[in-house]
Design a protein around this ligand. Structure first.
Ligand SMILES: Nc1ncnc2c1ncn2[C@@H]1O[C@H](COP(=O)(O)OP(=O)(O)OP(=O)(O)O)[C@@H](O)[C@H]1O
Length: 225
């Protein structure tokens, strides 16, 4: 069997809060195969965002090991980790986090501005990411001229533009109506099935989780199924 895209072993994260220690994730073991679309559910405070932040290299574990695409993240230097994050992970947020004064094109271009590539290549990549999410005809619009669903599709194009193998999404449909949410979920499904992206999506919505290949439940930092 091929090596999983994500391999967590005994993964724990603790924070100190005054005199207390909070442990949002406790000794988590998890394998996610390449190309899987995984949904993570669980009550508020159960550690879902904490896990996404570890998987995307934004935060580091207190204990345990995390291997992504064969790389043990703890062994990377700060600089290597920054580079790894920029090329291997796309982060999708509930509230899109687009820059309001930039157009859709400029928002999607942002992650590429520090890459050593020609302007021409950058533009080809931005246009192809916007085409993939079905927004090529809106690329000169600013976020205020787009609907919530379209803003989220721009944010997905931005997450995809560097061609990462892993996408993490924190409640990507949490602020959308049912129809826009369905379109976003269909797009995520397509990205895993046709483009081989591994996707870990946090959601509170059981209907959103149905779009995924598998759903796991976290409770108090532990996987319960
Ligand atoms: N940087 C931090 N410092 C201290 N405590 C933290 C920090 N980040 C998270 N926590 C705590 O860890 C616990 C889990 O938080 P987390 O955001 O992972 O939960 P969640 O399952 O994503 O919740 P929600 O569904 O409400 O977003 C919470 O009790 C939270 O207060």
């Amino acid at each position: 069997m091929s090596e999983p895209m994500i391999q967590c072993r005994g993964l724990s994260k603790s924070y100190r809060k005054g005199n207390n220690v909070v442990t949002p994730l406790e000794k988590l073991d998890l394998d996610v195969p390449r190309g899987e679309f995984l949904a993570l559910m669980g009550p508020s405070g159960s550690g879902k965002t904490t896990l996404l932040n570890l998987l995307s290299g934004i935060d580091s574990p207190t204990e345990g090991s995390l291997v992504i695409a064969g790389k043990e993240l703890a062994k990377l230097s700060r600089r290597e980790l920054t580079k790894w994050r920029a090329s291997q992970v796309g982060y999708i947020f509930q509230l899109y986090h687009l820059v309001p004064v930039l157009t859709a094109f400029e928002n999607v271009e942002l992650p590429l501005l520090l890459s050593p590539m020609s302007k021409k290549e950058r533009h080809v990549r931005v246009e192809s990411a916007l085409s993939l999410v079905g927004l090529h005809d809106r690329m000169h619009h600013t976020p205020t001229e787009l609907s919530g669903g379209q803003e989220q599709r721009v944010a997905i194009a931005r997450a995809l533009v560097a061609n990462p193998s892993l996408l993490v999404a924190d409640e990507p449909t949490g602020d959308l109506d049912r129809e826009s949410a369905t379109r976003i979920l269909d797009l995520l499904k397509q990205l895993s099935r046709e483009h081989g992206k591994t996707i870990v999506m946090v959601t509170h919505d059981p209907r959103a989780a149905e779009s995924a290949d598998r759903t796991l439940h976290l409770e108090k930092g532990l996987l319960v199924s």
